[in-house]
Design a binder for this molecule. Structure first.
Ligand code: CP
Ligand code: NVA
Length: 310
């Protein structure tokens, strides 16, 4: 599919609704092939550099395994070992890495850094999480919802908690695929205005409804999907304690679950703080799909890599 070749994957915003669905279709195909043991070396001989300025379990392992399953090779690049850690610029790093690699995945703090890297790199750059967005996560999540519910359009997804990177990408993702997304958050922790405004624009095309409320019970009423994430993200360690006070009523527990549809699925991008934003009972319970969701990172990202690094 030539229209994806060479493109960055920095934000779901940059892809049309149709393109998002094409990525998901390929993800489903690749997942089936992998399950059936059918080789699919779409990126034979290609290399992916993976820069992590923050810790990772799922993103790191799923990208590294994913590129390997596609016939390529992944290099884990720790900031402590890269010269970037000693002050080499993003520009020089991008220009250099473009001479060796076929793609770069980066996890860092500022979205602007990822954009700067992509600006200078002549190879595709994939966003593996910033403070603002987590687009690969949401591609895997939408795949999971599609598998579990058989459809996306018109579903009600309730995000309970902090209006963070995952929440932002969920809003944009929902807008692109026609899934309604309601965010329940304490005052002062709502998703960013610019993100909401832009997601609402995308939603006009698909008919998705996006809105923010304060009351978690109101948000989960009739929900098909409940989604939560940590209250304090990576880089917010200092505020974590203070933040917790605001979020006490935003725990996803059995009582909240009882207000959603009986067949509601519960999602969490992980890692979770069990006993805080989600109880053990819910996370280990029959409605939870959190590990299917974790698995689908692999399949969704393989599709993204296969398309942009072809
Ligand atoms: N969900 C997610 O991105 O997990 P990691 O931080 O372990 O990569
Ligand atoms: N919001 C979380 C997601 C982790 C995958 C964070 O940024 O730490």
């Amino acid at each position: 599919n030539p229209k994806f070749k060479g493109r960055d994957f920095l934000a779901i915003r940059d892809y049309t609704s149709e393109e998002v669905m094409e990525i998901l279709e390929l993800a489903q195909k690749l997942k089936k092939m992998q399950k059936e043991g059918i080789p699919h070396p779409l990126l034979a001989g290609k290399t992916l550099g993976m820069i992590f300025q923050k810790p990772s379990t799922r993103t790191r392992v799923s990208f590294e395994v994913g590129i390997y399953q596609l016939g390529g090779y992944g290099l884990f690049l720790s900031p402590n070992d890269l010269q970037m850690g000693r002050g080499e610029t993003i520009k020089d790093t991008a220009l250099t890495l473009s001479r060796y690699l076929d793609g770069i995945m980066i996890r860092t703090f500022a979205q602007e850094e990822v954009e700067e890297l992509a600006y200078w790199a002549s190879i595709p750059v994939i966003n593996g999480l910033t403070d603002l967005l987590h687009p690969c996560q949401i591609m895997g999540d939408i795949l999971t919802i599609l598998e579990k519910k058989g459809t996306l359009k018109g579903l009600k997804c309730a995000f309970i908690g902090d209006g963070n990177n995952v929440c932002h990408s969920l809003l944009v993702g929902g807008a692109k695929v026609g899934m309604n997304v309601v965010v329940a958050c304490p005052p002062g922790f709502a998703p960013k205005h610019e993100i909401m405004a832009q997601a609402l624009k995308d939603a006009e095309e698909t008919g998705a409804k996006l809105w923010v409320v304060e009351d978690p019970a109101e948000a989960v009423d009739g929900a098909d999907v409940i989604y939560t994430d940590v209250w304090a993200s990576m880089g917010q360690e200092k505020e974590a304690h203070e933040k917790e006070k605001h979020f006490a009523r935003y725990q996803v527990n059995a009582s909240l679950l009882g207000k959603a549809k009986p067949d509601v699925i519960v999602m969490h991008c992980l890692p979770a703080k069990r006993g805080r934003e989600i109880t053990d009972e819910v996370m280990d319970g029959p409605n939870s799909v959190v590990f299917d969701e974790a698995e689908n990172r692999l399949h969704a990202q393989k599709a993204i890599m296969a398309l942009v690094m072809q």
